[in-house]
Design a protein around this ligand. Structure first.
Ligand code: GDP
Length: 299
């Protein structure tokens, strides 16, 4: 929880910081609810979710017979927890054999960093992890993944730039079997501006994965940059059209007041947020917790 609180300090200032000035010495009345809605919009919660949250706060206030503005942070925290109630942060794993996770997202959002952080975490849990350099479009992407492989002490399966990503992942699956690896983390290209190509590439990868490793991919994780707020939502929407996304990684929440964007991702898009990036270091990736998140930004 401390990590959440530290990492979400800027989002906390945007929500709780503004709330404190708002509720002191006031009653829970219509004027206050309107101001609450504005605070939520500024925190990138989005219009629909802001209205939903305020309605929920109203109802909770009625149910608990709360009338004092000082109760607002606690009511809002509960409303946020309700909004995030469907979030399922658990990661699926294979019944037997290696577990394979595909990581998708546009360049620059923190995809490679998140793969490195996940590798580090799984390795610390005693698992053998392989990285597959499936973004063969950019030479820099392969090099960067190699760097994270070094840092986390995990082997990287790679081909040269321009190679077929599906072939890289085919090799990674064979290598994982041969070495008895538990987890394969697959990087993929993030050329969303070329939707048809991206879709073709991801579907070819999927075909190979499903054929070579029945039951896989066990998760398709979409990485989005939390600092882009509502734009992260648009990006998610575009990706949902090309990939079967099963969960999200929201990065860079430490550098932004827009952490509120997690609420519409879960409530309106129905994609669970599985991990959040709270810094640039190897262990700055945390499994998402609805209650820790709500508490960190409302209290
Ligand atoms: P990719 O192109 O999507 O693979 O992006 P990178 O993994 O190279 O990350 C882009 C930049 O974002 C790098 O400078 C990372 O250090 C930084 N970054 C990634 N995740 C986080 C995070 O959770 N917090 C912060 N502050 N920076 C991050």
């Amino acid at each position: 929880f401390d990590k959440f609180k530290r990492g979400l300090a800027k989002s906390r200032d945007a929500v709780f910081g503004r709330l404190t000035g708002l509720f002191q010495g006031r009653k829970l009345d219509e004027g206050l609810y309107e101001e609450l809605e504005e605070v939520l919009l500024l925190a990138d919660v989005g219009f629909e979710t802001a209205i939903w949250l305020v309605e929920r706060v109203r109802r909770l206030a009625r149910e608990t017979k709360a009338t004092d503005g000082a109760e607002l942070p606690q009511l809002l925290q509960r409303a946020m927890e309700d909004a995030l109630a469907d979030n399922e942060a658990d990661m699926k794993v294979a019944d037997s054999g290696p577990t394979l996770y595909l990581i998708v997202g546009v360049n620059g959002v923190g995809k490679t960093t998140s793969i490195g952080k996940l590798a580090h975490r799984f390795k610390n849990e005693g698992k053998k992890v392989l990285l597959a350099a499936g973004d063969t479009f950019r030479a820099a992407a392969i090099e960067q993944l190699m760097e994270w492989g070094n840092r986390s002490g995990c082997e990287v399966i790679r081909h040269s730039q321009g190679a077929d990503p599906a072939a890289v992942i085919f090799d990674a699956i064979a290598a994982a079997r041969a070495r008895g690896a538990d987890i394969i983390l697959c990087d993929t290209a993030g050329r969303l501006h070329n939707k048809a190509n991206l879709m073709a590439e991801l579907s070819k990868i999927n075909k190979v994965v499903e054929r070579e490793l029945p039951g896989a991919p066990h998760e398709v994780l979409l990485v989005v940059d939390g600092t882009t707020g509502q734009n992260a939502l648009l990006q998610a929407k575009a990706f949902l059209e090309v990939a079967k996304v099963s969960g999200m990684i929201v990065t860079k929440l430490d550098g932004t007041a827009k952490g509120g964007v997690i609420l519409p991702i879960v409530r309106e898009y129905h994609i669970p947020v599985k991990w959040v990036g709270l810094g640039e270091q190897m262990d700055d990736l945390e499994p998402f917790s609805a209650s820790a998140f709500a508490q960190a930004i409302c209290q």
